[in-house]
Design a protein around this ligand. Sequence first.
Ligand code: CP
Length: 313
Amino acid sequence: MMRHLLTLFDLTPQELRQILATAQTLKAKLKQGERPAILERYTLALLFEKPSLRTRVSFETGMNHLGGSSLFLGDDVGWGKRESPSDFTRVLGQFVDAVACRAKSHERVEQLAEYNAVPIINSLTDLCHPCQAIADVLTLLENFGEVKGRHMVFVGDGNNVSRSLALACAMLNIQFTLARPDGYELDQPWLDRILAKYPNAKMNQTADPIAAVQSADAIYTDVWTSMGQEAESIARRAAFKNFQVNEQLLEAAPKTARVLHCLPAVRGEEITDAVMDGPQSDVIEQAGNRMHAQKALMIQLLRPEWIAENIRV
Ligand code: CP
């Protein structure tokens, strides 16, 4: 059966754990100079409507490590402009084995998946960023050995990144708190969807970041103004001014708390240089984990039997 990853709802908690274990295995092998060619002869297309450093390079390099190849498709292929979505997707499916897609709207990625021509991997939409969240929980796992019962505090907007992170936390029994100004909550339909599937999920929202981080194992932040929200930047700067991840906030957290950011960051806005470059920061390792996580995800979608035969959770 063809599998897509449009949101993390497309995975079971057991599959997410298998992906994390596979990522850890592949990362350890890479450190020893080993690059098992598990996806030899497979081809990944990257269909991107928005800019990217981490997602694009981690998918392309990851596919290369696995013995496969990738190609980047920008504006010139005319997605949604030159031919019908059905023709576009089914033709793409004649050439490649999977498509990683970054789109301005989630509906565009859903539409690609509709024709079941080829597995589609959501590489960021306005709704969510599932690949980012897998790398985020991988980073938490590396720090703490086991993530169950840990507390992730996201200081920032109820946006695509925090939506996926909240869901990943629910799947792995990680407590999730969003510290945000009033008006920037996680939307109720998404929360309801998480709670319908994971009724025991511990999710809170608060306007008090200092109180929120007091029991944090990880403090996560993201830009106050995401791509496409530029017209709101002045209002957002004002709304989030007390939600900066800075030395004062870190003082209120346990000394063991780790600092995460999906990047790119606006230094001096949502996070200070001292915190970003400080000893509790994992932001660069976290970015590197995008590649290990996505290698494992691609194997899960294209060759799940390899994980079943080689990875024990
Ligand atoms: N975090 C993230 O998705 O980075 P890019 O936009 O550079 O891909």
